[in-house]
Design a protein around this ligand. Sequence first.
Ligand code: SF4
Length: 268
Amino acid sequence: MEKLLEILNKSKLSKEDITYLLSENDVEKRAIIQKASASIISIIPKDYHSLEQRIDISNYCNADCLFCKSRNSNNKINRFRLNREEIIKKAIELHKNGCNSILLHSGYDNYYNTDRIAYIIYSIKQIAKIKIILSFGLRELEEYKEWKIAGADSYYLNIISKNNNLYNETNSWNSFENRVEHIAELKKLGYNVGSGSIIGLPNQTCSDLAEDIYFVKKLNLNYVDFCHFNSVRSVHDDIDSEEFIRRGIEVSQIVNADTNVRLNDLIN
Ligand code: SF4
């Protein structure tokens, strides 16, 4: 118990501390970790994400990420694509209903090129005072620039996993290093930047996840959202995936005591 309390009292946790918090199986100690995480959430001031709504603008995607329903090779789903006017109308309606930030999301859909997305952002901003968060995966640096000029406020880009083997197994585009470079560029452009990794990947261990949590903290982001991966039941150091995901969020919240850590399903 002494070791646990000592870790929880630290202002900066090491990778080893994080691994310890993730892998501790004692029921009493888990309850203390859970309580420590909940007490942080209760004192974090609400930010503009508190009234956020998401608009999925398309589920067409050229990528083929592991187990994502929208992956290109999945011919068992119905595909949809909202047109520009539908997206703008939806954003305005959400704003009228009290929403103060919208997340525009899609996979890699060629139809939504730089100009079309810039047009949507600009049009929404002309009508509604609303924050616009983008989640379109890895795009060209010029595109991020155009969209910032058009009025976008924030960008979410998942790092997937710091472990190269796990990253490659997800079949995600490009590399972990490339994503980190893009996050740096997005910051330079003045975006509010959010990121996190995927929790619950097959074969992911407590130590792998601790590396991610530690790294994400070091990125010094505006917000932290991890993505859950529970489409496949798996065990991680003998912890089942549901419990592993729960622990990941709890511990990440303890590491990021100044921001509300959330769980999403934005793999890209
Ligand atoms: S996770 Fe995103 S980029 Fe990957 S297949 Fe799904 S929608 Fe496409």
